[in-house]
Design a protein around this ligand. Structure first.
Ligand SMILES: [Zn+2]
Length: 446
């Protein structure tokens, strides 16, 4: 049976009316002032989704992309941060993604969530969804969580409240702070009498409740257990998840065999896209996995066998955007067929390096590489040329195997999202019009 959370986070006005009572109930942090509801999320309930139907412009006025929240802005980014604050270790290694907190990821327990995307319509109860709920009557309540959560949950943010998405504090009710509190209820925590606790029954205003207190952490660990040293951890992603769609996961505590890698699913149906039966190497510190076709921008986690939170790693951001996009064939090959132009590596501004390789050329022949900031397919020696109008060109020799390779990097001032189209061509008397050209390649700075 579904019940509304009777322990609702109430509005600042109510806080003002009862401030002295709250103060008199306050206890020093760390005295076990937290309370528990009996709810516990098993591994089948670690997903969450956001129905970003917030009606206030201030709930979605953060339009600055953050590399650790791929493809996510506004209210959704704020709610994802709220989940991450309860996670086992600092997010993406540093936990420095929120300017109002020292560290994002303070839980230290056997609990980590899996972001499963934004949805456009409510899936009904128990869908593990955050949403705004229409409320024509402003009152003391800001938000409530449908409990029990062990079989699924919904967090409702009332439309009578003016919500703000951060990342700073702009005066309206802080969505991230309230979300952090409501997620605490989802995780099995009731209200706490500890001073400064996120699970205090009243919103203290501003952004302070975005950050867990020691009492909140103690409550979380009482439900899920403190994370043991053996808990799997992701510390970096690498390799090329680009043309080969292979992702390398670095970390520790991975099982030799039988790992399952969870991805944010493009279906956004509340179930992670998964690759199971994955082996690790290098003493359980490395996993190489092929991205499943339904993996979307979001995150990745590793379940190292087992069926408890102690076997599930932290959540790590994953951007599956193709940084190297094949624009199509030139259609003009000669002695060795059509040359093949590919890219791999890091195309972030100020990052890098990334490498461009052209294969299938004529040994020691000169190759001309053409660049453009626009893609306009135009006729070219009987085929198709993509980087037009040409902004620059460069001469590179093929080696004795008919291959050239160029390693370079984008400077820090190159804006994210900037694109460069490339194609190479060389004289080839075996080609119909005396010129062979590679496919076009679009490199996206990100
Ligand atoms: Zn509450």
């Amino acid at each position: 049976m579904r019940t509304r959370d009777p322990r609702r986070l109430v509005a600042a006005s109510a806080l003002l009316a009862t401030a002295s009572a709250v103060a008199s109930l306050s206890a020093p942090v760390g005295t076990g002032a937290f309370t528990l509801t009996g709810d516990l999320l098993d591994l089948g309930q670690r997903d969450f989704r956001v129905l970003n139907n917030f009606s206030d412009p201030s709930a979605n006025d953060n339009t600055t992309p953050h590399p650790d929240f791929p493809g996510v802005l506004g209210a959704t980014q704020a709610i994802w941060k709220a989940h991450l604050e309860w996670s086992s270790v600092p997010f993406a290694g540093t936990g420095d993604q929120d300017p109002t907190q020292t560290v994002l990821g303070d839980g230290g327990a056997n609990y980590d969530a899996s972001f499963q995307g934004e949805i456009t319509s409510a899936p009904g109860s128990n869908g593990n969804v955050h949403r705004e709920l229409f409320d024509p009557n402003p009152g003391g309540v800001l938000a409530f969580t449908e409990l029990p959560s062990s079989d699924g949950w919904t967090i409702n943010y009332l439309s009578s409240v003016t919500w703000q998405d951060g990342p700073g504090d702009d005066g309206a009710t802080d969505l991230q702070a309230v979300a952090t509190h409501e997620i605490g209820h989802v995780l099995g925590l009731g209200h706490s009498s500890a001073g400064g606790a996120t699970m205090a029954p009243f919103l203290t205003g501003g952004v302070s409740q975005r950050s867990l207190s020691a009492d909140d952490v103690a409550g979380l660990q009482a439900v899920y257990g403190a994370a043991p040293a053996s808990k799997p951890v992701i510390t970096a992603l690498g390799g090329t998840m680009l043309q080969a769609s292979t992702l390398t996961i670095h970390g520790g505590g991975f099982a030799p065999f039988g790992n399952t890698v969870w991805f944010t699913s493009a279906a956004a149906d509340g179930t992670p896209a998964m690759v199971s039966g994955v082996t690790s190497s290098a003493g359980g510190t490395r996993i190489d996995v092929t991205l499943p076709p339904d993996a979307a921008d979001g995150s990745v986690l590793v379940l190292a066998g087992g069926a408890t939170g102690a076997s599930l790693s932290n959540e790590w951001p994953l951007d599956v955007v193709e940084h190297f996009t094949d624009l199509g064939p030139s259609g003009i090959g000669g002695l060795f067929g059509e040359p093949r132009l590919t890219g791999s590596g890091d195309t972030a501004p100020g990052g890098g390096p990334f490498t461009l390789v052209c294969q299938g050329g004529i040994p020691t022949q000169t190759s001309f590489v053409f660049l453009s900031t626009t893609v306009t397919p135009v006729p070219f020696y009987g085929g198709t040329f993509y980087p037009f109008p040409i902004a620059a060109q460069r001469v590179v020799p093929f080696n004795g195997a008919g291959v050239w390779s160029v390693t370079t990097a984008f400077g820090p001032a190159v804006p994210s999202g900037f694109e460069v189209a490339l194609q190479c061509a060389h004289e080839d008397l075996a080609a119909p019009f005396g010129v062979s050209a590679s496919n076009g390649l679009l490199v996206t700075v990100e």
